[in-house]
Structure formats: structure tokens, C-alpha cells
Design a protein around this ligand. Structure first.
Ligand code: C5P
Length: 398
């Protein structure tokens, strides 16, 4: 499979009202640097015109199996050969039945049958149709044939009924497709990732924490999972959804995070410490709420273990990646931190520009130099970081 910037897919559109959303899906895929060849069924042309899709994709749309203009009349083979995946959105009940049976009586179904790349389908139909045993049987058959089924979703339908059968929204579909197309740089590798803040209790209701949202660590966990790795995420208290197929261990304090990491670390190949671990905890945590008084209150703080430094100091450490959020002098402090903790790779960011936000801007520091990653959403940055790790650690190509 090609790298994330050069993927090519065939977008197959079958006949259903959700076809009007295929234009939006096409746009979203193209924005992600995916080139798209549209192939439609005759029925699809009743719902959206080929002209619209041709205009948006910048490529002729193929419909007819008997179109004598296609070179050597082998469109059903040639179009699929160049693709990293075929995506059918919407996939109507009728088209799903044809796929399940292996019929090839139009260009799109012939293309699916002759393919040598993965097939993804986004079913869309009325809820009664979706629940029909024949459709469910066909879906089960396709899933067992290795076809990826995206959705459907539940909600209001074009017919006015409410229920299961709506096509996933273009944004969700595009996210699934982009995730699916990620190069499997880390197949068979195990990642251990820390994320979020820690919470060091002062008393029964108060504590010391920081403003880390966990978004960067969670994005890296998702990107690592999508690139074929097995991922364990040790997470401080955050309100984020666990990425699909990631094993999450919830912890609160630095002490608990330390314990969880030490338990899991022996099995991992790559350790990425993204968590903003509290440097100190209270020496004596009060079990009861401390009562207010006018006298000054002194809290005694003791240093927490440095989880990352400890892992990096192992005799046979995993490939260790640290994060450094600094508010000034990023290069100097980051490089100092990398040396002090003996890390092959350290990721720096300016704290004020990153914490809690959906976007960030990173600089990678390793033995070979400094690599800025310009401002982007955290998932995009996570994917770029993983490509860098793959180059350094495994020597894999992008
Ligand atoms: O806090 P500091 O700037 O030293 O953090 C740098 C890196 O070390 C981060 O990757 C952080 O997750 C990790 N760290 C840790 N345990 C600590 C402190 C920091 O793993 N107690």
C-alpha cells in the first residue's frame, strides 16, 4: 500500500438517496490527498449526476460496462488495479446482494469481483430493508469474506421513518477510510503510551493537577493502532473516548501511572511518554477535607518518580520517546531534557500553543537533527511522528 499522501481509491456509488452525500465524501477524501476515481451504477445516476462527480473529482466518471472508449474494454479490471481500496458509498441492498453472490452484470460489480485490493462498503437503506433477513445474511457473508462494513447509523431516514440504515456521514466515512489506508508501519509491534495529566490528592476533595487534556497522547494511540500496532494506553483523568482497539488503563496519580507502566513495559517495543506527570505529590495526604483557618497552610511536596527516565535507563529499553512542553527556549530545554533522560527522540512543543487545543505544532529532536512539524490537527501530527519513528526505529520507508 502506498503512503498516506498518495493513496488512490475507487469510489463506487450505487442507487440510493444517500448518493447525494457521495459528492461531499469525495471532496473530503480529496482534501486528505486521496485521489478518487468515481464509478457509478445506472441506478445511482437517478440520484446524483455523473457531471457533478466528474467536476469535483477532475476525472471522467465510469458507468457503462460496454463503453467502447475505455482502452481495451477492460475498465472492470484496469480501474481496480490502480486502487489501494474500493469504497462503495452508498451500498444499496441490491448492490450488497450482488456483492454477496459474486454477480458481475454491471461495471461496478464486475470491478469489485475482479479486484485485488480491499473492499469497504457503507450500507444505506430503509430500516425495514436493513433488518430484512436476506440483507443481514448478505452482510454477514460479506463480513466473513473480509469486506469492511462501515455503519450504518441510526436516525431519521429520507422516507420519514427513524431507525437503523442511514449511511454514515461523509465526515465519519472519510475518517474511517483515511484510517484504513494508513501504512501498516508497525504491524506486530507493541506500543505503550502515557497520556493526560496526573492528579495528586491533597485531601479528600482537593488535589494538584495540570491542564493537559490528553488529546495528543490519545491521537498517538489512535495513529499507532491504525498503523498496525498493539497499543496500551495508560491514561490520567481525561474526558476522551478510548480509540478503537486500544487497551486503556486508567490511573490517577503519578505513583499509579508509574506502577502501571512498570507492569506493562517489558512487553513493549516502543514507549511514548506524552503524559504531563506531576513532578511533586503531597508528602502527607489528608484523608479528610482540610478545614479553612486564617493561619498560613504549608503543603510539603515530595518528588515523583520520573517514569520515562526510569524506563530509558533499563538494560534493554524499548525505543523511548519523550515530550517536552516548554513555555520558552524550546530547543535548548528540549535538547537538555533529551540528553538528561537518554532518549533517542524527544518531541517539543510550546505549552501555551498546545495544551488543551485540537491543533499543535511540534519539533522533533533526535541524534540526526531537528525536525519541525508545522501546525496541524493532533491526529495528523501523530501520524507524522509515527512515520519519523518508523524511519528511525525500524528503518521502514514512508
Ligand atoms: O516533566 P518533564 O518536562 O521532565 O517531562 C518530559 C517527559 O518525561 C515527558 O515525556 C513526560 O511524560 C515524562 N515524565 C515522566 N515522569 C515524570 C515526569 C515526566 O514520565 N515524573
Amino acid at each position: 500500500m502506498r503512503g498516506m499522501n498518495t493513496s488512490h481509491i475507487v469510489l463506487g456509488i450505487s442507487g440510493g438517496i444517500a448518493a447525494y452525500k457521495s459528492a461531499e465524501l469525495l471532496r473530503r477524501l480529496m482534501k486528505q490527498n486521496i485521489s478518487v476515481q468515481v464509478v457509478m451504477t445506472e441506478a445511482a445516476c437517478h440520484f446524483i449526476t455523473p457531471t457533478t462527480l466528474q467536476g469535483l473529482s477532475g476525472k471522467p466518471v465510469h458507468i457503462d460496462q460496454w463503453d467502447a472508449r475505455t482502452p481495451n474494454n477492460m475498465a472492470h479490471i484496469n480501474l481496480g488495479r490502480e486502487a489501494d481500496a474500493i469504497v462503495i458509498a452508498p451500498a444499496s441492498a441490491d448492490f450488497i446482494a450482488k456483492l454477496a453472490l459474486g454477480l458481475a452484470d454491471d461495471l461496478l460489480s464486475a470491478l469489485c469481483l475482479a479486484r485485488n485490493c480491499p473492499l469497504l462498503i457503507a450500507p444505506a437503506m430503509n430500516r425495514e430493508m436493513w433488518q430484512n433477513k436476506a440483507v443481514q445474511r448478505n452482510i454477514a457473508q460479506l463480513a466473513s469474506d473480509g469486506v469492511t462494513i462501515l455503519g450504518p447509523d441510526s436516525g431519521v431516514q429520507a422516507c420519514g421513518e427513524t431507525g437503523m440504515g442511514r449511511m454514515l456521514e461523509p465526515l465519519q466515512l472519510a475518517e474511517h477510510i483515511v484510517a484504513f489506508l494508513q501504512p501498516k508501519l508497525f504491524s506486530g509491534k507493541k506500543f505503550l503510551i502515557t497520556a493526560g495529566p496526573t492528579y495528586e490528592a491533597i485531601d479528600a476533595v482537593r488535589g494538584i493537577t495540570n491542564r493537559s487534556s490528553g488529546k495528543m497522547g490519545y491521537a498517538i494511540a489512535k495513529a499507532a493502532q491504525e498503523s498496525g500496532a498493539e497499543v496500551v494506553l495508560v491514561s490520567g483523568p481525561v474526558s476522551l473516548v478510548t480509540p478503537v482497539n486500544v487497551r486503556r488503563i486508567d490511573v490517577e496519580s503519578a505513583g499509579e501511572m508509574h506502577e502501571a507502566v512498570m507492569r506493562e513495559v517489558a512487553a513493549c517495543d516502543i514507549f511514548i511518554a506524552v503524559a504531563a506527570v506531576a513532578d511533586y505529590r503531597t508528602a502527607n495526604r489528608s484523608e479528610q477535607k482540610i478545614k479553612k483557618s486564617s493561619a498560613p497552610l504549608t503543603l510539603e511536596l515530595v518528588a515523583n518518580p520520573d517514569i520515562l527516565a526510569e524506563v530509558a535507563a533499563h538494560e534493554h529499553p524499548p525505543y523511548c520517546v519523550g515530550f517536552a512542553a516548554e513555555s520558552e527556549n524550546l530547543s535548548e530545554y528540549a535538547e537538555q531534557k533529551r540528553r538528561a533522560k537518554k532518549l533517542p527522540l524527544l518531541v517539543g512543543n510550546i505549552a501555551q500553543n498546545a495544551i488543551g487545543q485540537d491543533e499543535s505544532e511540534l519539533v522533533l529532536f533526535d541524534d540526526q537533527g531537528t525536525y519541525p512539524l508545522p501546525r496541524a490537527d493532533k491526529l495528523t501530527l501523530a501520524r507524522q511522528l509515527l512515520q519519523h519513528i518508523a524511519l528511525r526505529h525500524i528503518g521502514a520507508r514512508k
